[in-house]
Ligand binder design. Structure first.
Ligand code: ADP
Length: 215
C-alpha cells in the first residue's frame, strides 16, 4: 500500500503516523525528519536546506528529490509519506516514480484542521529529543517535561515559533493546498476531520482502510 498524508503544519500527520505505523506494516517516510537529521549531521544536503526550514519556506525540489527519490524507489513493502509531496511539481514527480515501477498511490488522506487550532497546537508542541515523540503542553498538564517512554527531556522545534509558524501556514496554503484538488480529481483523496482526538482520527482512518469505501 502507498499512502500520502496531507494537511497543514500541525494538522497531526506525525502523530497519526506514530499510531498507524504499528497497525499497518508500512514504512514511514517523513521529509521533515529526514531534513532535520541532515541539518543536524551537517551534510551538504542539510546545509542547503537549513535556511529554508528556518524561514518556513519550502526546500528546493532538487534537494528534496535528492533526499527522497531513491528511498521511494527502493521501498518494497509500501509506505506512508508524510511531508511529501508539498507542491504540484513534487506530486507529479511522485506519480512518475511510482508509474515507472508499475505502482500507484492507493490513498491520500487529508487531515482538516482550522487555522486557530493549528497555531495553538504548534505553539504548544514539544518533542522528545531522543525518540521524537510528539507532546502538547496540554497533554503534559503539570507533569514535568520529560518523555513518558525515554524519560529524556522534551524540546521545542526551532521552527515552532510564531513568526515561522505564520510563514509555514502561508507556504502550505500557496503550494500544498492546491494538491487537494489534484488528488480529488484523481479520486484518491479522503478528507478527515483532524480536530478529534488522535485515537479517534486514527480509528477513522483504519475503519476507512478496512472497508475500502469508494471515495
Ligand atoms: P510541518 O508539516 O509541521 O511544517 P515538517 O517537519 O513536515 O513540518 O517540515 C519542516 C520543514 O521542512 C518545512 O517547513 C520545509 O521547510 C521543509 N520540508 C519538508 N518537506 C518538504 C518538501 N516535501 N518540500 C520542500 N520542503 C520541505
Amino acid at each position: 500500500m502507498h499512502l500520502v498524508l496531507l494537511g497543514s503544519p500541525g494538522a497531526g500527520k506525525g502523530t497519526q503516523v506514530e499510531i498507524l505505523r504499528s497497525k499497518l506494516d508500512l514504512v514511514h517516510i517523513a521529509t521533515g525528519d529526514l531534513l532535520r537529521e541532515a541539518v543536524k549531521g551537517r551534510t551538504l544536503l542539510g546545509q542547503k536546506a537549513e535556511n529554508f526550514i528556518k524561514e518556513g519556506r519550502l526546500v528546493p525540489d532538487d534537494v528534496i528529490l535528492e533526499l527522497l527519490e531513491d528511498k521511494i524507489k527502493q521501498e518494497k513493502k509500501g509506505f506512508i509519506l508524510d511531508g511529501f509531496p508539498r507542491n504540484l511539481f513534487q506530486a507529479k514527480k511522485l506519480d512518475e516514480i511510482l508509474h515507472g515501477q508499475n505502482k500507484g498511490l492507493d490513498l491520500v488522506i487529508n487531515l482538516e484542521v482550522k487555522e486557530s487550532v493549528i497555531i495553538e497546537r504548534l505553539s504548544g508542541r514539544l518533542l522528545c529529543s531522543s525518540c521524537g515523540r510528539i507532546y502538547n503542553k496540554e497533554d503534559l498538564g503539570n507533569s514535568n517535561s520529560t518523555c513518558r517512554v525515554c524519560g529524556v527531556s522534551l524540546c521545542r522545534r526551532d521552527d515552532d515559533n510564531s513568526e515561522v509558524i505564520k510563514e509555514r501556514i502561508k507556504t502550505y496554503l500557496k503550494h500544498t493546498y492546491p494538491l487537494l484538488d489534484y488528488y480529488r480529481k484523481k479520486r484518491v483523496l479522503y478528507n478527515i476531520q483532524g480536530e478529534k482526538s488522535p485515537q479517534e482520527v486514527a480509528q477513522e482512518i483504519m475503519n476507512f482502510l478496512s472497508k475500502k469505501e469508494k471515495i
